[in-house]
Design a binder for this molecule. Structure first.
Ligand code: GRG
Length: 296
């Protein structure tokens, strides 16, 4: 297996390779899509996809279009989340948000364009394997996994609960629903899709699903902690937004100390899911530790 930095380098080198050329009359669309893709980002989700495929003995060249597609979906969700109708943010990844540079109309279309391109790229890959039933089934499963976890029972459903939950009473069930769907689903999709592309068995899929859901929820709990105590310069966007919007998150429901304990518990649970793989799973174990200690 490669290091996280090596997977990230592969992604950064190929990230825009799968964006089709647009007609010159729509040139601003691909420009704004590429602006948000290139403006930064940890590349956590696509790196997880390549690493999971690699771990299970798959070909990371075949996984690359799915890894990039997932980053397109993640980036679309950030562009739309930053819009005035949602979180109304001026900064993302330390740079002006898409609508601040291109206007709201183009930012909405850039998000649409990224989501649609992801579906186009992945279904194209499925079609390319139509002569090989086993290969095609693996590709179709990976594409379905990504689209459904990004969809209305996944990230979009979680975002809806978040948006509509803004002014509700503090509610632990609502907070867990938002953590699981707005955030953890899009961190679970790459792990499962990578394994599916490699043809992993159900036992491995179950163990890694448990790992991914736990780091995914932990990721959101830490996001909530950072919204209270994080450094705006490091994070690259305004902090304290949840309180400003009257949003209910893990910290406001359970308190800061309990949030830190939950972050540690979830990270330990994630690592425990992979105990049987020993040193072979060290990439995933050290990633869980790094995520627990991230400051942005
Ligand atoms: C608009 C349908 C729709 C969904 C938006 C992504 C999202 C759902 C909301 C963003 C709010 C937020 C900050 C959620 C916390 C988890 C998260 C997605 C953080 C950003 O992910 P990182 O830290 O970002 O991996 P980078 O910039 O490193 O890629």
């Amino acid at each position: 297996m490669l290091s996280f930095d090596d997977y990230r380098t592969i992604i950064n080198e190929h990230l825009t390779d799968f964006i089709p050329e647009t007609d010159s009359k729509a040139a601003v669309l691909s420009e704004s899509m590429k602006y948000s893709l290139r403006v930064g980002g940890k590349r956590l989700r696509p790196a997880l996809l390549l690493a999971s495929c690699d771990f299970a003995g798959g070909d990371i060249g075949q996984a690359l279009p799915y890894a990039c597609s997932l980053e397109y979906i993640h980036t679309y969700s950030l562009i739309h989340d930053d819009l005035p109708a949602m979180d109304n943010d001026d900064l993302r990844r330390g740079k002006p948000t898409n609508h601040k540079v291109y206007g709201e109309d183009i930012a909405i279309l850039a998000g649409d364009g990224l989501l649609n391109t992801a579906a186009e790229v992945m279904t194209g890959e499925v079609l390319r394997h139509s002569g090989d039933l086993i290969g095609m089934t693996r590709h179709a499963s990976a594409a379905h996994e990504i689209m459904s976890r990004a969809g209305i029972r996944g990230m979009i459903g979680g975002q809806t609960a978040d948006v509509k939950g803004e002014y509700m009473e503090a509610n632990a069930d609502l907070v867990r629903f938002i953590e699981l769907h707005k955030t953890a689903d899009l961190l679970t999709a790459p792990v499962r899709a990578g394994l599916m592309l490699a043809g992993a068995d159900d036992e491995m899929l179950n163990d890694f699903t448990s790992y991914a859901l736990n780091i995914g929820v932990a990721f959101q709990v830490l996001d909530d902690i950072l919204d209270f105590v994080g450094d705006e310069k490091l994070i690259g966007k305004k902090v304290g937004k949840d309180q400003d919007l009257g949003k209910c998150n893990y910290v406001c429901v359970h308190g800061l100390e309990a949030a830190m304990e939950e972050l540690h518990r979830l990270t330990s649970e994630a690592k425990l899911s992979l105990t049987k793989y020993g040193d072979d799973a060290s990439f995933f174990i050290s990633l869980a530790d790094q995520l627990e200690n991230r400051e942005y």
